[in-house]
Design a protein around this ligand. Structure first.
Ligand code: GDP
Length: 336
């Protein structure tokens, strides 16, 4: 049984911005133990009233594009502006290193030493390109702890971008200047989800290519219909390594907010995301209960064999398992 604090101790620690307690609160929220979940729900409820005030920023891009270098540089820029920055990071090697904090320390060397920053690697084994079941809860806790910017990083594996897009205010796509046909490499769907494009590694010999790529992306984006809101997706260049272009990225985020707060989009987007969150939470909870149900676990292998052999239609097998689960749930509630 892991050591736990009292609800009050978690809440007080988080609200005081204590990073150690914040870490422990996130671990609590990530736990699947029934007793932890009850405690976690109380902590989240108490913290919810203090959340919602941050700028939620999603960052995606292929491995090697410079995400960690960029987050390190941009995070330090924000800190220089008096902000506090939380990074919910995914170490692509975390499957191997078990989400080691050391991995992220070397990836974001400056930020990991900064008092005003909090870096949280994804828990290993339960990630979808780094997006976990509990990323939204983690955002909420970080907001309650007073972080002004919450950066959610994801690696480009398709599904995870969609998940991150559904939990942030601004979705930033980090790119590289290719050799020649720049537009080949972009997954169209992802470009369409982005609120801004930033071409990284615009330094040294690559600077001219980056600037050319910028022009090409701009023209290409112009051909895509502008968002209903009238926001024209900006294309910027930067050098995360040389820490150049950070002010322009920050200005882009400010301009986006200035564009979307008055027209109501900002609030509507968050409302829609909150509903989606509720929807996902229901799905996770039901699925979790179903998977743990003893009756389901006992019957499942036999039914799976029948399905594999083609003797039982998958739908019928699923219905039987669900019936078993519902019976189990009924019996449990009768006992209560
Ligand atoms: P990630 O996999 O997207 O997180 O990429 P990293 O941040 O680990 O960067 C991959 C490699 O690109 C590293 O060797 C970085 O030093 C290098 N890199 C990152 N940003 C820049 C940049 O702005 N300019 C140059 N020249 N190299 C960069």
């Amino acid at each position: 049984m892991p050591k736990r604090l009292s609800v009050q101790a978690y809440v007080d620690g988080v609200l005081a911005g204590n990073r150690m307690v914040l870490s422990r609160a996130i671990t609590l929220v990530e736990s699947r133990l029934a007793s932890d979940r009850e405690l976690a729900a109380q902590v989240l409820e108490a913290c919810a009233a203090h959340s919602g005030k941050s700028y939620r920023l999603g960052i995606t891009g292929v491995p090697g594009v410079g995400k960690s270098t960029f987050i390190d540089a941009f995070g330090m820029y924000l800190i220089g502006q008096g902000k506090k920055v939380a990074v919910l990071a995914v170490d692509p090697s975390s499957q191997r290193t078990r989400g080691s904090i050391l991995g992220d320390k070397t990836r974001m060397a400056q930020l990991s030493r900064a008092e005003e920053a909090f870096i949280r690697p994804s828990p290993a084994g339960r990630t979808l390109g780094g997006v976990t079941r509990t990323t939204r809860e983690t955002i909420l806790l970080c907001e309650a702890a007073g972080y002004d910017f919450i950066i959610v990083e994801t690696v480009g594996v398709g599904q995870s971008e969609i998940a991150v897009h559904s939990m942030v205010d601004f979705f930033l796509l980090l790119m590289l200047a290719g050799a020649g046909d720049e537009l080949q490499g972009i997954k169209k769907g992802i470009v369409e989800m982005a609120h801004g494009l930033v071409i990284n590694k615009a330094d040294g010999e690559n600077e001219a290519a980056a600037s050319r790529a910028r022009g090409e992306y701009k023209r290409a984006l112009h051909l895509l219909a502008a968002a209903e809101s009238g926001w024209q997706v900006p294309v910027l260049t930067c050098s995360a390594l040389e820490q150049r272009g950070m002010a322009e990225v920050a200005e882009m985020l400010t301009a986006f907010q200035a564009h979307h707060q008055p027209d109501g989009w900002w609030a509507r987007n968050r409302q829609a995301q909150a509903l989606q969150w509720m929807q996902d939470a229901i799905r996770f909870e039901l699925e979790d209960r179903f998977q743990r149900d003893e009756g389901v676990r006992a019957a499942r292998p036999g039914l799976a064999t029948e399905v594999e052999a083609g003797r039982l239609p998958p739908t019928i097998a699923a219905q039987r398992l669900i019936r078993l689960y519902l019976q189990g749930a009924d019996e449990k509630s009768a006992e209560d």
